[in-house]
Design a protein around this ligand. Structure first.
Ligand SMILES: Cc1cc2nc3c(=O)[nH]c(=O)nc-3n(C[C@H](O)[C@H](O)[C@H](O)COP(=O)(O)OP(=O)(O)OC[C@H]3O[C@@H](n4cnc5c(N)ncnc54)[C@H](O)[C@@H]3O)c2cc1C
Length: 360
């Protein structure tokens, strides 16, 4: 059973801390049980507010806490919560949606968000009479075989992609064999390609809206909050080492470096939560915040992964189920970051953005 200590981004009052600890306790009991997992945001609804509505830090602390408990569980819930936020944002912006994705029904469904592109795969939105249908293939569709619905991006022409809500139970949806998922991490979250054949789809927003809305940035940081939570859990295991043996200077140096890296990432997440809640008007500023935050948290995760390997040696990787699984899960999960390509995107956003002078 994992520790149920919450992961906080700032000082918290005892009631909030206790509430997060209750979430952590229930999450620990839900590991490996999808039904129990999807009940968590219902049972603890005030810990899962929509981002950018005044309590973003609470949302990201909840995601970080789930990440510290179990990454498969957090990976299952994150897209479901993101889809909820996207649909709410579309409704608030009065973008076209339909009765088929009435938010009132959301509690009944389990949602994924499939937006990745892959070489040789293309999902296209076309028309059949007066309805939109999707045909083609989409890579990286996490849990497509066991979710009820998904928000999916598809090409409307050579340059533009739209976002669509689809029923994954439709006969035209064919999920690749999960046996192809040979990952050593996130084993319970098969993320294989899906083929669509004339699958009815409900447009959510105009083409391009999905990527342009400020919520895209906050959703991306939510993922980073989960990486952060798992990284904290690994760092706590390194800290435990000090109780088991007298740390030499090398052990102390690893701890110091881990602390500095984690503290920078934590402060940046807290700062980004404030920015989201101030209602940043400029989507470019939100995009810079997200690229910066994801970069720092991903680098922190990678730093803590290698430092924990060096500081602890092979034994916990070979003999401790929880630590070994967490390391394998995080190593794969953090690859959703586009590494140097996102770093270049951040640099590009800075020079093409509104700054006359350097941003620092
Ligand atoms: C566990 C897991 C679950 C996921 N689940 C989902 C999901 O549910 N929904 C979803 O939308 N997405 C999902 N994804 C996909 C994710 O969002 C990314 O699309 C995916 O990680 C691919 O990353 P990428 O775009 O960097 O890969 P690619 O663009 O395929 O790049 C692969 C590698 O090639 C390198 N590369 C790319 N272009 C060049 C070039 N021109 N020259 C040299 N090298 C190059 C990159 O640096 C990278 O290392 C998931 C990913 C993972 C790992």
């Amino acid at each position: 059973m994992p520790h149920t200590r919450p992961v906080l981004l700032a000082q918290a009052n005892p009631a909030h801390r206790q509430h997060l600890e209750d979430l952590a306790g229930q999450a620990a009991g839900a590991i490996g049980d999808r039904e129990k997992c999807f009940v968590l945001p219902v049972d603890h609804s005030d810990l899962f507010p929509l981002p950018g509505q005044g309590a973003t830090r609470t949302l990201w602390e909840s995601l970080a806490t789930l990440g510290s408990i179990d990454l498969s569980l957090a990976r299952m819930l994150e897209p479901h919560l993101d889809a909820t936020a996207i649909l709410a944002e579309a409704q608030a912006a009065q973008r076209p949606t339909s009765d088929a994705v009435d938010l009132a029904d959301m509690g009944q469904g389990t949602w994924g968000v499939f937006a990745a592109e892959g070489a040789g795969m293309r999902l296209v939105a076309g028309r059949q009479g007066d309805r939109v249908v999707l045909s083609g293939r989409k890579p990286w569709c996490s849990l497509a075989g066991s979710l009820s619905h998904a928000l999916v991006t598809a090409w409307v022409d050579e340059d533009r992609r739209g976002l669509y809500a689809v029923d994954l139970g439709h006969a035209g949806v064919e999920v690749d064999d999960a046996a192809g998922w040979v990952a050593r991490g996130l084993r319970e979250v098969p993320s294989v390609p899906v083929s669509f054949t004339d699958v009815p789809a409900v447009p959510v927003g105009d083409p391009g809206w999905y990527l342009e809305r400020p919520g895209f940035a906050w959703g991306g940081i939510g993922v980073a909050a989960i990486w952060f939570g798992a990284t904290v859990a690994i760092a706590r295991r390194v800290f435990d080492q000090a109780r088991r043996r007298q740390l030499d200077q090398i052990g102390q140096s690893h701890l110091g470096a881990i602390d500095a890296s984690l503290t920078g990432a934590r402060l940046l997440l807290a700062d980004a939560a404030d920015l989201a809640d101030r209602g940043v008007a400029d989507p470019a500023a939100a995009a810079v915040a997200a690229l910066r935050c994801r970069r720092v948290v991903a680098e922190t995760a990678e730093t803590v992964l290698w430092r924990s390997d060096h500081a602890l040696g092979p034994a916990p990787l070979a003999l401790e189920e929880e630590h070994a699984a967490r390391v394998a899960d995080l190593r794969l999960y953090v690859r959703q970051d586009h590494a140097e390509r996102d770093q270049a995107a951040l640099g590009r956003a800075l020079v093409t953005g509104p700054h006359d002078a350097s941003p620092w």
